[in-house]
Design a protein around this ligand. Structure first.
Ligand code: SAM
Length: 280
């Protein structure tokens, strides 16, 4: 039996607060506290960090993060039904858990966080992907966070760490690998969740690099990559026609064959192309 803290088991919490899982909120809960503590450990050394947790639900991962020694956890949950359960955890860890009832896509929790900050979440995948893109594309780098430890559908996790030449390689891989070290830290079967989702999941850990891996202007790189992968089967001289009038010359100057397709181009070459386009 798990005993990471003296709070009631999560099944009892769910029964007490009647937290039947809602599909509309993407609720697939982790009820094994040993597993949530293990996920929390993937986030790195938490003792000197504030942790932003999105979508705590009944609090399994929240308890893992606190038990693993997070200095403070700021937890943003949309479902009002979960707030009393989370407040119970806050009482057990005085001064270390701030619960915010709100939509993570709309609220800005920065005022509650003191650096260094790490982010951890088990979120519905569509919200997770949108937040990941936002966290990877701030106006300034380095960002306000040191690392992201996020649960995704396995297919999305594979897209984040994908290498050139694979079907999964695309915009998400470029955005992630340009400014972070990204790796799959854990794989989880559907049975790890209640209720079980249809597909497997994975925890991805992304560590922010002090500066991007290769120099490039963020907006230009983003435009080039979006256009290139929007028509991934086309040759780059065709898919990037709208990006620059002299795209063939720019591709050649960046060391890329104009007849290549997006899928074959490594991150370094996309950055070189973005620099060439910006020069012109
Ligand atoms: N972290 C808990 C766990 O691991 O058991 C719950 C995970 S469940 C997959 C996703 C959680 O995110 C739910 O509690 C849901 O209510 C919450 N959620 C969904 N959309 C949200 C949003 N836009 N902002 C904040 N929380 C959200």
């Amino acid at each position: 039996m798990s005993a990471i803290d003296t709070l009631p088991p999560l099944r009892d919490v769910i029964a007490t607060y009647q937290l039947s899982a809602r599909k509309s909120l993407g609720q697939n809960f982790l009820l094994d506290l040993n597993l949530t503590a293990k996920i929390a450990r993937q986030a790195g050394d938490l003792a000197e960090c504030d942790v932003l947790e999105i979508g705590p639900g009944p609090g399994g991962l929240t308890r893992g993060l606190l038990a693993e020694g997070a200095r403070k956890v700021v937890a943003v949950e949309k479902d009002t039904r979960c707030i009393p359960a989370l407040n119970e955890i806050a009482e057990a860890y005085p001064g270390r858990l701030k619960v915010i009832n709100g939509d993570a896509l709309e609220i800005d929790p920065l005022a509650h966080l003191r650096p260094p900050v790490r982010i951890a979440a088990n979120l519905p995948y569509n919200v997770g992907t949108e937040l990941l893109v936002r966290w990877l594309t701030p106006p300034k780098w380095p960002p306000f966070w040191q690392s992201l430890t996020l649960m995704f559908q396995r297919e999305v996790a594979d897209r984040i760490v994908a290498q050139p030449g694979s079907k999964a390689y695309g915009r998400l891989a470029i955005l992630s690998q340009w400014r972070t070290d990204a790796r799959i830290a854990m794989s989880l079967p559907p049975s790890a969740f209640t209720p079980p989702p249809k597909v497997s999941s994975a925890v991805v850990h992304l560590q922010a690099l002090p500066e991007p891996r290769f120099p490039s202007d963020a907006a230009t790189l983003s435009r080039v990559v979006a256009a290139a992968f929007n028509q991934r089967r086309k040759m780059l001289r065709a898919s990037l026609k709208g990006v620059a009038p002299d795209i063939e010359d720019r591709l050649i100057a960046a060391g890329i064959k104009p007849t290549d397709r997006a899928e074959q181009i490594p991150l370094e070459s996309f950055c070189a192309l973005a620099r060439e386009i910006r020069k012109s």
